[in-house]
Write a protein that binds this ligand. Sequence first.
Ligand code: SUG
Length: 445
Amino acid sequence: MTTIEANFDGLVGPTHNYAGLSQGNVASIRHGGKVANPREAALQGLEKMEALWELGFVQGVLPPHERPDIATLRQLGFTGSDDRVLSDAARHAPAILASCCSASSMWTANAATVSPSVDCMDGKVHFTPANLVSKFHRSIEHDVTGKILKATFNNPDHFVHHPALPASDYFGDEGAANHTRFCRDYGEPGVALFVYGKASFSQQVTPGKYPARQSLEASQAIARAHRLNPNSVVYARQNPKVIDQGVFHNDVIAVGNRNLLFCHSEAFADQASVYQDLNKACKAHPLHIVEVSGQQVSVEQAVNSYLFNSQLLSLKDGSTLIIVPSECQNEPAVWTCLQNLVADNRCPISKLNVFDLRQSMHNGGGPACLRLRVVLSDQELAATNQHCLINETQLAILRTWVNKHYRDRLSPEDLADPTLLNESRTALDELTGILQLGSVYQFQR
Ligand code: SUG
């Protein structure tokens, strides 16, 4: 039996735009109000999926959500026809309309926390959609995310789907963006590292300028629900100082794969004890830590380039490939650091691929944000919805679908355009057919 780690990337939705919705995410605020290109965004994402599939990795795709989210606007008191709901929201509450139009479900690292069957006491793969309560535009994702995950991993013999945690800031949960798993081989028991920004039920100091999105109690609840072995779970507190510099998720400052941790020296509140706890938990498969110091790359340079929002992938020859966004080439210290790592024989990272993901990056979403990792055995992979897996045929169909339905220009003022709503629904209706997901959207009911 072989076990692999698949990446399920979020397909960028037709309403991709820059609304400046995420305080604490410097790229989102910096690009708020700019004109976006949804078609280019979706094609850039597909290009990354294609490249990984061509390299022999199992690559999946998760569909965008229905946006504008008319049902949420109705819940907030807007009435009448769908066109009327849109025009009234645009006139009286443009910021709420923008939140209900975000294509933020593309960042599937925030969709859920996933635990492989080998780590869970019942031998099944566990999924918990993230409640994303920290940002309103993201807090409206988890219901449809849950439906999409159930339609993708639709076999109770192998997959367990939990509801999102209570929708309270006390249990703020941002999914896999704050979760890393270490192991020797994917099919062997691993160690789950949960990184949190705040402990909600204690007096622990929270960062001043920007919000801490992930709570310790949320991570603990997920570890319990997924029936993880407590000896194989490590909790680490994010460094509040880096949250205030724009590290709104841990995956902006650290990334792991198998027995490798690649991180900045200022990632955690108490770096030495995090390493100690991880080394203790990982004694069956000693951890290799590649730490980048503040002298090599400052936190600001890391945040601007998304060096650590990279994907680490195990190639067949045992070496590690790192996938970085093209912004890393524009930051000389970061580019030098990457060249040195790849050249260093002691460092497991030996190959480097660069991707242009600028449309997503301008909203603070790099390569790692765009993917949800799911470790699957042969049987579990066979039990997965095969239409959600990338291959030559699906790629061609998805590219044609994007080119047919997507605009190449979208500004925040366009969000109230009723034809955008129709375009989006027509596109998504066709997509659920392509991916054979059944009816996952409100408008299909
Ligand atoms: O939640 N940006 C997303 C980016 C998520 C990145 N994900 C990970 N790091 N895993 C966020 O802040 C911006 C939308 C806007 O401003 O229009 C946004 O939601």
